[in-house]
Design a protein around this ligand. Structure first.
Ligand code: DO4
Ligand code: MG
Length: 299
């Protein structure tokens, strides 16, 4: 069972549930957090609560009939880094100008007790399904990072799973690790969605499989896949570091790191289309827009 929001009458955001048959049914709550707290008031899990709510309801349509938006206005999006072997290899490559067997601080963080966690996005910078993600004007090496996202409450409990795209500039990060915030945060540099898979509907999140496809002029130019079981750390461990001595807000999304990296000679182009998929969650599809620097506009 997945929770989405769709745009109703071109105006308002409607919370709804998607059944295993891709049928959409409206939920009578303003947002995902209200749904979870109402379930709590009824002493039910969100899954049982939703099942009961939709029991005698007719469905409104098929998922493909709706224009989706982010499933939640995540007040903050945080992200983990170097949590998969593939990410360690890629980070070492960009930090050493391609010396594949070099050892760097990325090896240290991969093996350390403390994971890398960084601030990724605010709700204003975070886009949803079918929105545009942007390319920075001052980078020549940009990729999507397909990641499993955890939707947590203020105590760090995982309420659901979503997908995230941690758009990244490999050249800026590789030049100097102190540039990480610029390599990770700019206008429309993060997308989440298309749905939140309720935590109690998932038997084992480590069995989830993530896929990524990139299209250029409607041709597939990159395809990759990975399993969450390849994650070096546990999901609870990642959350426990995020909330340690920290105040997190209900609805925060924690991206858990990437395990899919396009080849080292690949960079995204204007108008590419990125698809990130976990079959149980859906497809997060975004087209790419190149930002033009203010200096170039002035010329
Ligand atoms: O170390 C920098 C960030 C790496 C990252 O975002 C990832 O592994 O997903
Ligand atoms: Mg990442």
């Amino acid at each position: 069972m997945r929770v989405i929001r769709y745009i109703k009458n071109n105006l308002t955001k409607q919370l709804a549930v998607v059944t295993d048959h891709n049928h959409v049914m409206d939920l009578p709550f303003a947002d995902f957090l209200t749904l979870v707290s109402e379930a709590e008031k009824h002493h039910q899990t969100p899954l049982d609560f939703v099942k009961e709510l939709i029991k005698d309801q007719d469905y409104k349509g098929e998922l493909s009939d709706f224009k989706l938006t982010t499933p939640i206005d995540a007040p903050e999006v945080w992200a983990c880094g170097v949590t998969y072997e593939k990410s360690r290899e890629a980070r070492n490559f960009e930090a050493t100008q391609g010396k594949l067997d070099s050892q760097t601080f990325y090896d240290k963080v991969y093996d350390a007790e403390r994971p890398e966690i960084f601030f990724k996005s605010t709700s204003a910078r975070t886009v949803g399904p079918d929105d545009v993600v942007c390319l920075r004007s001052d980078s020549n090496w940009q990729i999507p990072e397909p990641e499993l996202g955890l939707v947590i409450n203020a105590d760090g409990q995982i309420m659901g799973y979503t997908l995230g795209n941690d758009m990244s500039c490999r050249d800026i990060e590789g030049e100097n690790p102190l540039y990480l915030p610029q390599a990770k945060i700019w206008k429309n540099s993060c997308s989440i969605g298309p749905a939140i898979l309720l935590a109690d509907a998932v038997k084992n999140p480590y069995h989830l499989m993530i896929m990524c496809r990139i299209y250029r002029n409607e041709q597939l130019v990159f395809k990759g896949e990975a399993r969450v079981s390849q994650l070096k750390r546990s999901l609870d461990e990642l959350v426990s570091y995020l909330i340690r001595d920290n105040e997190v807000y209900a609805g925060t999304v924690l991206l858990t790191g990437t395990c899919i990296v396009p080849p080292n000679d690949f960079t995204l182009n204007d108008q590419d289309v990125i698809e990130i998929e976990i079959p149980e969650i859906g497809i997060l599809r975004n087209s790419v827009k190149q930002l033009i620097s203010q200096e170039n506009i002035a010329k």
